[in-house]
Design a protein around this ligand. Structure first.
Ligand code: IPE
Ligand code: MG
Length: 224
């Protein structure tokens, strides 16, 4: 969800104002994805590196997560979208952890066929792989598993996305052309779509354009 800060700056507003509008965009696009049959919609909301931002900005983002999760807990049944949070949640404030426990409970009760909107919070692709390696190393240490028996599936099952398929399409808004530590393992065969549109300006028509571009791609997964 990149470009919130630049969107605000262009208008002479504080960065936080951009994040607020960006959160609205998330609501709109998550609902749109469900309506058009995209089963998994995952956004990068806060990276393991974003703690470096000024405390006011980090605080404002936490407040937005808090508000969003509260609202999600109240509306998830009626909207039929299961909200999930992915990432290393250990440093998050306790009240946010409680909200995540609640949204998880409701998401579980919606069942496996519900459309899922995931928010990556304190997420880093490298951090995620490191945690998977540690967990597998522990299994080897305890004699539960042999190093030579570790498979790609074993690694995938130790990632935050264990319950999800790999992404087909990754959209990066705001004109940046890099992956910035997002779903490193999972993106092996993802199609990338880069657009200059700043996230707060991202509309359902931009989603349509990305899917249209995706539909033109010829995916061979290493074959011919
Ligand atoms: C939102 O955009 C991404 C978050 C970390 C919430 P940015 O805050 O990165 O906006 P720019 O890149 O400064 O425009
Ligand atoms: Mg940015």
């Amino acid at each position: 969800m990149d470009g919130n800060g630049r969107w605000a700056k262009k208008r002479g507003l504080p960065r936080q104002a951009g994040h607020k509008v960006g959160a609205e965009t998330f609501r709109t696009i998550a609902t749109y994805c469900k309506d058009i049959g995209v089963k998994y919609f995952t956004v990068y909301a806060f990276s393991t590196e974003n703690w470096k931002r000024p405390p006011e900005e980090v605080g404002a983002l936490m407040e937005l997560f808090r508000r969003y999760l509260k609202e999600a807990a109240e509306t998830m049944y009626e909207r039929g979208v299961a909200v999930r949070v992915l990432g290393d949640l250990s440093p998050l404030p306790q009240d946010i952890l409680d909200l995540i426990r609640e949204t998880d409970r409701i998401a579980d009760s919606l069942g496996p066929d519900a459309a899922t909107a995931s928010l990556c919070i304190n997420y880093g692709g490298r951090d995620e792989i490191k945690n998977a390696v540690r967990a597998l190393a522990k299994e080897v240490e305890s004699g539960e598993k042999r190093a030579a028996d570790i498979t790609e599936d074993d690694i995938a099952h130790h990632l935050y996305t264990a319950h999800m398929p790999d992404p087909d399409l990754i959209i990066r808004p705001s004109g940046e052309i890099r992956t910035s530590n997002f779903l490193l393992w999972q993106s092996a065969y993802a199609e990338y779509y880069f657009t200059p549109v700043l996230w707060p300006d991202f509309k359902t028509s931009d989603m349509d354009a990305a899917i249209e571009a995706f539909n033109q791609r010829n995916r061979r997964f290493g074959g011919v």
